[in-house]
Ligand binder design. Structure first.
Ligand SMILES: *Cc1c(COP(=O)(O)O)cnc(C)c1O
Length: 226
């Protein structure tokens, strides 16, 4: 079941890449396993998945010791500053850095634990009140500030697009973020590596891939409804 779903997602990613003239190897599938038991993660692992997305620090803490060593956990949910300490040594990438204050906290904890931490800046492209993230207007200033940190390394950008009936409605959101991503990469800012564009979920990942996503975060489409 889970393996069939993974195969279907991969087929759809390949088809979207073909339409866009992209190489499917450029797109990393993150299986979003939040709320799912470790048995489900193991099933996905058996089917070849190595990257898992969780939105709660506690779930990463609970599941990571129970998974094979090659498993990589991505923190994709809103991160409270008082939880930074517990997650920076367990997540390979924090997708959800939504304030300079949070980045400062990560910097301080990373220094304490003698770690380097890879992050993405979360951008609220649509400007939804219900969502975290920098607006596109403030993102460059934030990125430049965080680029001066020693332990925190920006690897790219992430967005959660609005919930829509027709995924095509999010194409403009993805296009805007993709354009900003390319603009920032051309600025060659020290300690800013624009190599990850994390966008697209179960409802809209094909459109996101067509618009340049390098990581997609798929939960329901792999593990079923939560
Ligand atoms: C839950 C979640 C996803 C996956 O959502 P699905 O619609 O189930 O694929 C992706 N990204 C984030 C940030 C999430 O919280």
């Amino acid at each position: 079941m889970i393996s069939d779903n993974i195969a279907e997602v991969k087929d759809r990613v390949a088809a979207a890449c073909l339409r866009a003239g992209r190489d499917p190897k450029e797109v990393t599938l993150i299986a979003v396993s939040k709320t799912k038991p470790v048995e489900a993660l193991r099933e996905a692992y058996q089917a070849g998945i190595r990257e898992f997305g969780e939105n709660k620090v506690q779930e990463i803490q609970e599941k990571s010791p129970l998974m094979p060593k090659e498993t990589r956990f991505h923190m994709i949910g809103h991160l409270q500053r008082n939880k930074v300490r517990q997650v920076i040594d367990k997540a390979v990438l924090i997708h959800s850095v939504d304030s300079v204050r949070l980045a400062e906290q990560i910097e301080a904890e990373a220094a304490r634990q003698d770690l380097d931490v890879d992050i993405l800046l979360e951008i609220n492209v649509a400007g939804e009140d219900s969502k975290y993230g920098f607006s596109l207007a403030e993102a460059e200033a934030a990125l430049r500030k965080i680029s001066h940190f020693k332990r925190v390394h920006i690897q790219g950008l992430m967005t959660i697009a609005p919930f829509v009936e027709n995924p095509g409605e999010n194409r403009d959101i993805f296009k805007k973020l993709s354009k900003f991503y390319v603009d920032m990469s051309h600025k060659n800012i020290d300690n800013v590596n624009m190599s990850v564009l994390s966008m697209g979920m179960t409802g809209d990942y094909e459109v996101a891939v067509e618009e340049g996503a390098t990581m997609i975060r798929v939960g329901t489409g792999i593990f079923g409804i939560r």
